[in-house]
Design a protein. Sequence first.
Length: 663
Amino acid sequence: MVYEDDRNRVVIEGVAPEIDCGRFPIKRVVGEKVVVDADIFADGHDALRCVLLHRNEEDREWSESPMVFVVNDRWRGEFTVTELKPCYYTIQAWIDPFETWRQGILKKLEAEQDVAVDLLTGAELVEAAAERASGQDATQLTKWATLLRSPKKVSQKVGMLRDETLSALMGKHPDRRFATTYHRELHVTVDREKARFSAWYEMFPRSCGSGKGHHGTFKDCEAQLPYVAGMGFDVLYLPPIHPIGKTNRKGKNNTPVAGPGDPGSPWAIGSQEGGHKSVHPELGTLEDFRRLLSQAEKQGIEVAIDMAFQCSPDHPYVKDHPEWFRWRADNTVQYAENPPKKYEDIYPLNFETSQWQSLWSELRDVVFFWIEQGVRIFRVDNPHTKPFQFWEDLIAEVKKAHPEVIFLSEAFTRPKVMYRLAKVGFTQSYTYFAWRNTKWDLTRYFEELYRGPVGEYFRASLWPNTPDILTEFLQMGGRAAFMARLVLAATLGANYGIYGPAFELCDNRPKEMGSEEYLDSEKYEIKDWDRARPDSLKDFIARVNKVRQENPALHHDRNLRFHPINNEQLICYSKHTEDLSNTIVMVVNLDPHHTHGGWLELPLEEMGLDLRAPYQVHDLLGDARFLWYGPRNYVELDPKVVPAHILRLRRKVRTERDFDYFM
């Protein structure tokens, strides 16, 4: 029997993060750490050395970061992604004969055993390392080997063995002939910072006009940029900006027959004026759109557009490529349905057509067309109704050419489907946040999103409302409900958005009881919003977004921690930076109708605070400051005033002149 060289005794398993056995990548942004854990062990009691190998996609050589023992054969290492490029990581481990020898001889010395022969064995190990080394390292190792062989007293040699300098130098030049390398190279998708931290504002450009039903233009939209920037949003999301079909156009409140002048739904894309590569003539021209992008950039805003791969009956695709659609037995094109709802103004594309390659290629070209116009953020409508493989191929091709592009998945569907879309490449994802209202629901849901493997690839984007979603909580809770949901969205998630001006003007009128559709929905008509209304929440929103910008603890998701508070109508949670220089505690009253109070408990030592010293909590919403003592303190929130606290914890610092202040 012939054996291969199987003398690599180390086992590597239980690697985390690893998504679906390495099938999908984890996600990070430039500057973030990748922390990797693994079970690493071998037979017997020999010492091990382990390294985390990592490289950018274009690098041939691996970089190494040491891994350290944690507990119970669990090891940990980390590296930082530094470039907007895909990168890879894996693990290598090997038996360390020198460290095994060093630990053994020190035990023998403690037992006052004879170690003369053991010292010679150590000398051989050091000499072998000297041969693998070069320069000053080789010289130093040779000196140490000579010392181990010399007739000098054992006490002199013991001092050298206790010194970590020799051990560290031996670690630089190990014998890796029998090293075990993990059998998978795991992948990291690296995005820019806005993928991790952003504030979105959704606005219909056609409702930016001068009022009285006047159709707004891109130039009118420009005039609203200071308003959006003033509230602190850095992404302006526009629903579809393409020509709208006339056949089966929907009227106000989704009536099946449009009246004179009804503009139709922007999601019924395509007319004789063009399709997905055209803009609605009443909005302006492509040049006007590019100017909007430029003007938005000057305000610190990026413009995101809606990518809805569906067509109106008037779309040029229907005439030019009938094979891209499903046909019914009566020789008509199948329109969109979600029984009992019917969408006769929208034709879904048939991704299983025999001409699927030409269809997929055309849709890819649509994305690249808008990238050429300057768009770098896409909100994708209903991606769960298209094949996963289509998205995986498209996003991979786009990211290869433009790694800065961001895709937001609008998929309110089953959790596993939402997670799969994130795995195949979507940068951010809508969530069930809008319908999570109780403390138990919120805690359980966000621990699912941010803990364990889901948090490695699924970036939540929290929206308290959308043009399709006016929740019962907002309908019934009034102004306080809007304020509470804003604080929750903006602080539970590093990425969040609102549909405005409906949100800041607290539009809570449903089409009918039990419906989440808005009465007089903007999806089917031009709205005349009074953005200057004195009861608008725009100043409160601006305050919350300013707090987000100024506190780096709120720029992340996986640092979220929930804390006990003895009232089910109050929820308490915190976020902090890795160095604990910025710690933010949120307390939110989940009941929009009544005042509630309770005792909260904070893990002060984990937050870097002295249990014996007072500390200041600074309410960043109302600017009040409180002096707290110990982990248990009382809070009370009246929703008629402000239903939430955003508290920055400040520790006491004493100067050289014995002057105390909080920082």
